[in-house]
Design a protein around this ligand. Structure first.
Ligand code: 3HC
Length: 314
C-alpha cells in the first residue's frame, strides 16, 4: 500500500512559495506560513489604525469649512476613512484575530499608525494638502496593494482606491482654487505644502536599506514594490501637478533627470521620521488621547449594538 506522504512544514512552505511565484491569490482558508499571517496582521491592522486616526486632523475642520459644498465634501471624505478602517479591520479578522484585540494593541502602543497623522492641521489649506499629498501617496501605495497576494486585502484596496481618487481630486481642487486667490491664500497654500511635503514622503516607510520587513513582504508578493520605488513613483507624478498650479515644492534638489527619466530629489530627515514614529511627533499624544477617549466614551454604543445583535440575530 502506498505510504501516504506526510507533508512536512517545509513541504508546505515550498508549495506555498510555488503558489506565490505562480501569482496565485492566497485566501483565508488556504495553508499559509505563520510568519506570512503575522506579517499581514501587523501591516493590515496598522493600515486600519491609520485610517481611523486619519479622521482626526481632517475632522477638526468640518465645522470650519469655508462653504457648505466644502463641508459636505469633507464630511464624505472623513466618513470614507472610517469605512476604510472598518473594511481593513474586517479583512484582518479573516486571519483569525479579533478586531477588539487589534484595537487594544493600538491603544496600548503595541501597534503603529502612519506618522503623517501626527502633524497638525492649522488652516483650510492643510485640508487641501492632505487630500492632494496624503491621499495621493495612499493611492500610489494602495494601487500596488490591490494586486498583493492576500485576497481579502487586495480586494479591500480595489474599493478603497476608488474613494481615494475622490479624496485626491477634492484636495487638489481646494489648492488650485486657493492658488488663483489672494496673495494671502497663495501663501497659506505654500505654507501648508512646506509642512506636509516631507512627512508625505515618509508615509512610504524608511529607505529600502533600513526596511526590516520589506524583503519578506516582497518575497511573498504582499509588497510588489519597495518603499523607495513607491516613493519615487509618487514624486514623479506629483511634481508636474504642483507645477501646474504654481506650487513650489520645498526641495531645491528636485530636478527631472533626463537619463533616469525620474525626478532627483533631496534627503528625508530620518531623525524626524524616527522621532514621530516613536511617539514624539507634534500631535502623537493628542491623537492617542482622542482615540482612548473615544474608546471609553463609545463603550456604551458597542455594548448596545452587541446586545441588540445577540437578541435579534442569534
Ligand atoms: N509611520 C509609522 N510607522 C512606519 C511608517 C510610517 N510612515 N513607515 C514605516 N513604519 C514602521 C513599520 O510599521 C515598521 O515597524 P513595525 O515592524 O514595528 O511595524 C518599521 O517602521 C519599519 O518599516 P518597514 O518598511 O520595514 O515596514 P513595512 O514593510 O510594513 O512598510 C509601510 C511600511 C510602507 C507603511 C507598509 O506597512 C504599508 O504599505 N502599509 C499599508 C499602507 C498603510 O499602512 N498606509 C498608511 C497610511 S493610511 C492612509 O494612507 C489613509 C489614506 O486614507 C490617507
Amino acid at each position: 500500500m502506498e505510504a501516504t506522504k506526510i507533508f512536512t512544514e517545509s513541504d508546505r512552505e515550498e508549495q506555498f512559495l510555488a503558489r506565490i511565484d505562480a501569482g496565485e491569490i492566497i485566501e483565508p482558508k488556504d495553508w499559509m506560513p505563520e510568519k506570512y499571517r503575522k506579517q499581514l496582521i501587523r501591516m493590515m491592522s496598522q493600515h486600519a489604525h491609520s485610517e481611523i486616526v486619519g479622521m482626526l486632523p481632517e475632522g477638526n475642520w468640518i465645522t470650519r469649512a469655508p462653504s457648505l459644498a466644502r463641508k459636505a465634501s469633507l464630511i464624505a471624505k472623513v466618513q470614507d476613512e472610517a469605512g476604510h478602517g472598518l473594511y481593513i479591520y474586517s479583512a484582518t479578522e479573516t486571519l483569525g484575530i479579533d478586531r477588539q484585540e487589534l484595537v487594544d494593541q493600538f491603544l496600548h502602543g503595541k501597534a503603529k499608525y502612519s506618522s503623517i497623522f501626527n502633524y497638525p492641521t492649522l488652516n483650510w489649506a492643510d485640508i487641501g494638502a492632505i487630500g492632494w499629498l496624503v491621499d495621493g501617496a495612499a493611492i500610489v501605495n494602495q494601487t500596488a496593494l490591490a494586486k498583493c497576494s492576500y485576497g481579502p486585502y487586495a480586494r479591500a484596496m480595489v474599493r478603497i482606491c476608488k474613494e481615494e481618487n475622490f479624496h485626491h481630486k477634492q484636495g487638489y481642487q481646494i489648492l488650485a482654487i486657493m492658488m488663483q486667490g489672494s496673495a494671502e491664500q497663495r501663501q497659506m497654500v505654500q505654507d501648508a505644502i512646506n509642512r506636509f511635503w516631507w512627512p508625505s514622503l515618509m508615509m512610504f516607510g524608511p529607505s529600502d536599506t533600513d526596511s526590516p520587513n520589506s524583503a519578506e513582504l516582497m518575497r511573498w508578493k504582499v509588497k510588489l514594490y519597495s518603499n523607495d520605488e513607491l516613493r519615487q513613483r509618487f514624486i514623479d507624478r506629483t511634481v508636474p501637478q504642483a507645477e501646474a498650479i504654481g506650487i513650489k515644492l520645498p526641495d531645491d534638489k528636485l530636478k527631472f533627470n533626463e537619463t533616469t527619466r525620474h525626478y532627483d530629489w533631496g534627503e528625508i530627515n530620518w531623525d524626524e521620521f524616527k522621532q514621530v514614529v516613536s511617539g514624539n511627533g507634534p500631535c502623537n499624544k493628542q491623537r492617542m488621547k482622542a482615540r482612548k477617549d473615544a474608546e471609553v466614551n463609545g463603550h456604551w454604543v458597542r455594548e448596545a449594538a452587541s446586545a441588540y445583535a445577540a437578541k435579534h440575530y442569534n
